[in-house]
Design a protein around this ligand. Structure first.
Ligand code: FAD
Length: 545
């Protein structure tokens, strides 16, 4: 029988171990974990800090004893694998309680060591009130600091998923929270204007947000954060969440190949440059499913799926991992933001031509109580209809729309085929034309030449250069805010006022969300005008203002 050694006992490691056992009752399986806990719920950690998840024990999905008994796996926790010797298929490990160092052998080695929080080289970050969040002990430390010291002000450094979740949970715990984010937006995986909705919501919930500024220093035993701009913040507690880097030390020292950003390189079967050594999870470089380029996407779904593939491949199945789309989601107070596939920033960087549409449909029929607008962005290839990605922000129904689109991307569906998806409908859940269908119709209309679009970020410049922008909302709507330089002709008067429009210019149209603009575009283009409609209307335009 095979001897399989696993490094890392949480998402990727423990999942691979149990799958291996289900496939092969005879294999000898040994799992090393340097921490105390195995198979805990990393993703739930922020929610115990606020008390939303009350019982700590709920985060401990599996115990060492429970897993050993049920799966006949030898688990060595508190034991760190220190080095790998691929030439004779051995590892050296150290029991962190006793300090004892010993060797073990393997036929197959699996690396799922995860990723560690990035810590910039700033001395003050060693202060006792500075915390990272990766595992149960980290969480316990934050929680007992909150209980004992009762800090009033929190500074969260980093506006990614973990930073946002921590900001929310610290605010829920009664702290006044400031997020400092070096880039000009929170939530890197979505584009600027979509992140702006999340930013507004954070502010509306009392979180102070400082964008485009990073930390310069941490002073006075951690009680003051000095920013690059010179601004200073009072900090009773500091959470550092500026991202993670792969735990690649073992692999690197063993001479295994690494990618550009340090992720362990693997083939389609998730074998490293040594075929007896597999690697998975946050530590590896993956292929971006949409654009085919190498990338790093540290999320739980990929770790889980990769565990399945590794276990099956070791047991002789010809199975491969086709890449990661980066489908992800975050709750920010009562708002949800989710994303799948590539965003505009990525496509621009790679020089891939794309078109984007914005729509703002309701989560379900407007006449049924509780309907909330969803801001949905769909990005696609205007030539082929291939879907590159989607982003959605709203209070209800965001998760299922992004999951449907991610399924469509996986299945290779085009924007035309989004129109054809037959989705579950009754008034409390959706509309007969679901937001996903609607995004498909709008995108397909553009591909079919029914109308042309302009984007929120192009408008000001077009007007400055003499562009003629007609706002087809009512006078009352326009009085509440409109794009500077626009001319107001309500849609219902448009047919009677055609002679007011210049014949020698492309007419730019806007409305509230893009729908009346589309109707106006159809009227005008059939009357011989050249027209472009602002996708997402005034709502998208004003998101980032
Ligand atoms: P991990 O689960 O981190 O496991 C790696 C383990 O290996 C660690 O326990 C480490 O101690 C151990 N180890 C490392 N080196 C050695 C060694 N040399 N010897 C012995 N043991 C070693 N993802 C989502 O998709 N959705 C979420 O909502 C989400 N929320 C998150 C919230 C938080 C606070 C955190 C920290 C992560 C979150 N993630 C989320 C990410 C998700 O948890 C990871 O993508 C996933 O756990 C990766 O699995 P992994 O096996 O690669 O690494």
């Amino acid at each position: 029988s095979k001897k399989i050694v696993i490094v890392g006992g949480v998402a990727g490691g423990a999942t691979t171990a149990t799958k291996l056992r289900r496939l092969d009752e005879q294999a000898e399986i040994i799992m090393y974990e340097r921490g105390e806990f195995i198979s805990f719920a990393n993703c739930g950690l922020p929610y115990h800090i606020s008390g939303v998840i009350e019982e700590r024990s709920k985060l401990l999905v599996q115990t060492v004893k429970g897993m050993e008994t049920r799966y006949n796996i030898k688990i060595r926790n508190y034991t760190e694998v220190k080095s790998i010797h691929p030439e004779n298929k051995k590892i050296t490990a150290q029991n962190l309680k006793t300090g004892e160092t010993f060797e073990d052998s393997y036929d197959v080695l699996i690396l799922s060591p995860g990723a560690k929080p990035i810590v910039p080289p700033i001395e003050g970050l060693r202060s006792r009130n500075v915390f990272k969040l990766r595992n149960i002990p980290d969480m316990d430390k934050i929680k007992s600091y909150l209980d004992e010291k009762k800090p009033g002000n929190a500074v969260v450094i980093g506006g990614g998923f973990i930073g946002l979740e921590m900001a929310e949970n610290l605010a829920e715990a009664g702290l006044s929270v400031t997020i400092v984010e070096k880039s000009t937006q929170v939530m890197g995986p979505v584009d600027l204007e979509m992140a702006a909705i999340v930013e507004d919501h954070l502010r509306a919930n009392g979180v102070e947000l400082i964008l485009g500024d990073g930390i310069q220093d941490v002073l006075d035993n951690g009680s003051e954060v000095l920013l690059e701009s010179g601004k200073s913040l009072k900090s009773d507690i500091i959470i550092l969440a500026i991202g993670v880097m792969p735990e690649n030390g073992l692999a690197k020292d063993a001479g295994l190949e690494l990618g550009e950003r340090g992720g362990i390189k693997v083939n389609g079967h998730l074998q490293t440059s040594d075929e007896s050594i597999y690697a998975l999870g946050d530590a590896i470089e993956v292929t971006d499913f949409v654009n085919g380029k190498p990338t790093m996407i540290p999320l739980a779904w990929p770790a889980n799926r990769q565990a399945h593939i590794v276990a099956h491949h070791i047991n002789g199945k010809d199975i491969t991992y086709p890449g990661t789309m980066g489908t992800s989601i975050v709750k920010v107070f009562d708002l949800t933001a989710a994303v799948t596939g590539n965003n505009e920033k990525t496509l621009k960087r790679l020089g891939i031509p794309y078109e984007a549409v914005h729509i703002h449909p309701l989560s379900h029929a407007g006449y049924y109580p509780g309907a909330e607008a969803i801001s949905l962005k769909l990005i696609f290839d205007k030539k082929t209809g291939k879907i590159f990605g989607a982003q959605a922000v709203g209070k209800d129904g965001v998760d299922k729309r992004i999951d449907v689109i991610s399924t469509a991307i996986k299945g290779g569906l085009t924007v035309h085929e989004l129109q054809e998806l037959e989705l579950a409908y009754a008034p409390p859940f959706s509309s007969a034309k679901d937001p996903v269908n609607m995004a498909g119709y709008v995108a397909a209309n553009i591909m079919d030449g029914m109308f042309e679009t302009i984007h929120w970020h192009e408008v000001d410049e077009l007007i400055a250069n003499g562009g003629y922008l007609v706002d087809v909302r009512t006078d009352k709507e326009c009085a509440n805010g409109c794009i500077a330089g626009s001319v107001n002709i309500p849609l219902d008067e448009l047919r009677d006022r055609l002679d007011e429009l210049p014949k020698d210019k492309t007419i730019l149209i806007t409305c509230q969300v893009g729908l009346r603009g589309y109707l106006a575009s159809r009227i005008l283009s059939q009357n011989g005008f050249r027209v472009k409609n602002l996708t997402g209307g005034f709502k998208t335009y004003s998101m980032y203002k």
